[in-house]
Every structure is written in C-alpha cells, then in structure tokens.
Design a protein around this ligand. Structure first.
Ligand SMILES: Nc1ncnc2c1ncn2[C@@H]1O[C@H](COP(=O)(O)OP(=O)(O)O)[C@@H](O)[C@H]1O
Ligand SMILES: [Mg+2]
Length: 281
C-alpha cells in the first residue's frame, strides 16, 4: 500500500527537474493578470463544457491548460477570442475580461479582438502560399502594403519563431514544402506577425516528432516575457516544462489553477495529485 505522502514524494521528484521557478517578466508583478475569468462558463445547449471558472492568467507568462480529453480545454481557448460565437447553440455566462475590458461586453469589437489574439492549432495549417505570404498575410489584411515594412515584419517574426535560418534563402517557396515542425513554427510566425496581445496554442506539438517538439518548446521559452501564451496540452511533462502557471480542468470544472511550483510539486487538490501521477485520464 502506497501512502499519500509516498505518492506525493514520487510525483514531486518526477516533476522537480521539469518545473522552473522563473521571475515575473520585467514590468509585471505577481498577480498582474491580462485575462480574468469570473464565474465564467461555456454551454453547448444545456451542457456546461467549462463551468464557473475563476482565475487570472498572468501577463507575458505562459499558462498551460491540462486535463483529460473532453474536459473543456479547447472550449476555453476558443472562448478567449470568441470563436465560440460561431458555434450554433453555444453560449457563455459569467465574465471574462481582457486588460480589464469585457470580452463578451456590448462594446467589444470582435474583429479587433481576434486581431489581437493569435491562434495555433494541433495540425499545422499554413496557407498554400509562399512562406513570405503566410507571414505577411495578417499585416496585409490590416492594410500594410509597403514592401520594406512587410519585409521587416517577415524577417522579425521568422527570427522570433526560430525559422529564419532555415528559410531565409527560400522565402518564396511554397509553405507546404516545409517539414511538419517547420510548418508549425511558420504558423507561430503567422500568429506573431500581427503583434498579438496573446497567443493561444491548442496542442501545438501533438502531431510533431520529439525533435520538432523540443524546438517549439524552446521557442515558447523565447516568447515568454514578450507575449502572453496559453497552451493546451495533454502532456503533463510538457506543461511542467514550458509553463509558469497551469490550469487543471476535469469534466469542465476548475480543479486547480496555480503556479507550476505548486500545481506539480505541491498540489492542493487530491484530484490534481492523482491526475499528474497518471492515475486517470
Ligand atoms: N460544438 C460542440 N457542440 C456540442 N458539444 C461540444 C462541442 N464542442 C465540444 N463539445 C463537448 O464539450 C466537451 C469539451 O470539449 P473540448 O473543449 O473539445 O475538450 P478538450 O479540448 O479538453 O478535449 C466535450 O464533452 C465535447 O464533446
Ligand atoms: Mg481539444
């Protein structure tokens, strides 16, 4: 019979080497939340896919959302840029504030909101256009036409997304000719090109090999401090490694939201402990 304290020691030693206790980025302090949820729920018909969430996601840090399949991770992510509006039968209740502004308030300009939030999905989905045109797509949509300015944006964002070295000599090659891992970094570049306030990633490495995954994780580390990043992952080791804070959802309920030093090393909820110990889900 394994006692609870033995189990806790085993978890703690498993995650000890993964969790980093990084200082808050310059110009932010503890408790500086860019996104605040207050009693926030999303329903599909009568079914609460996420239920009464209450938390603040830290500015320019990385927050991971973990939990078993179907627990509401993607639902929450999609609610942040109001992709939820496009799903028939979906509705929200409670409050979500971005920089103090009500995301679901009458005064929110949804087009503006979506332009401020970059999104990256599980399967890399570059446009079947050149590498250059993929990155320039968002800025062009926002009316940028000046060639030099676009060149600068493309170079800057490809550098930020650690792809420049590999593609600088073939910017006009089709994006579909890149490897899966490169395509995903290109999708991150495309998201960064609009200078987003926030980047949302939904299981961005689950279709990638370990080496490409490691490159994406290293890239996220570089983005930390500059952008607010929210990453959904079903991989707990990845969450422990890359993020500063983690939200654990189970059947739509917020079981625990805490700094990784707490959530992985000293979880306050027994369900968190069991989940990160791999006992279910
Ligand atoms: N468009 C939809 N209509 C009805 N139910 C949905 C819809 N999308 C997701 N769901 C349900 O909501 C729950 C949460 O789904 P999802 O957010 O995709 O979970 P996760 O990303 O954690 O796997 C699941 O039970 C799923 O079946
Ligand atoms: Mg999902």
């Amino acid at each position: 019979m394994v006692t609870r304290s033995e189990r806790r020691d085993a978890i703690s030693s498993q995650f000890q080497s993964l969790v980093k206790n990084r200082p808050t980025p310059d110009g932010t302090d503890d408790g500086d939340a860019i996104l605040e949820l207050d009693d926030f729920s999303v329903f599909y018909g009568d079914f609460p896919a996420v239920h009464r969430l209450r938390l603040g996601m830290p500015r320019r840090q990385i927050t991971a959302i973990i939990g078993p399949s179907g627990c509401g991770k993607s639902t929450l992510l999609n609610a942040i840029n109001r992709m939820t509006d496009l799903i028939p039968g979906a509705r929200v209740s409670g409050r979500m504030r971005l920089n103090g502004e009500e995301v679901y308030g009458n005064r929110m300009d949804v087009i503006w909101l979506r332009r401020r939030i970059g999104m990256v999905f599980q399967k890399p989905n570059p446009f079947p256009k050149s590498i250059y045109d993929n990155v320039a797509y968002g800025p062009r949509l926002h009316g940028k036409r000046d060639r030099d300015e676009l060149d600068t944006i493309v170079e800057r964002t490809l550098k930020e997304s650690a792809l420049w070295e590999e593609v600088q000599t073939r910017l006009h090659a089709n994006a579909m000719s890149l490897s899966g891992g490169q395509q995903q970094r290109l999708c991150i570049a495309r998201a960064l090109a609009i200078e987003p306030q926030m980047v949302l990633l939904d299981e961005p490495t689950s279709s990638l090999d370990p080496q490409s995954t490691a490159r994406i994780e290293a890239l996220l580390e570089e983005l930390r401090g500059h952008y607010t990043v929210i990453i959904v992952t079903h991989n707990m080791q990845q969450a422990a490694r890359v993020s500063d804070y983690t939200l654990f959802l189970y059947e739509g309920e917020q079981i625990e939201f805490a700094r990784n030093t707490q959530l992985f090393l000293n979880p306050q909820q027994e369900q968190t402990e069991e989940y990160i110990a791999g006992r279910f889900g």
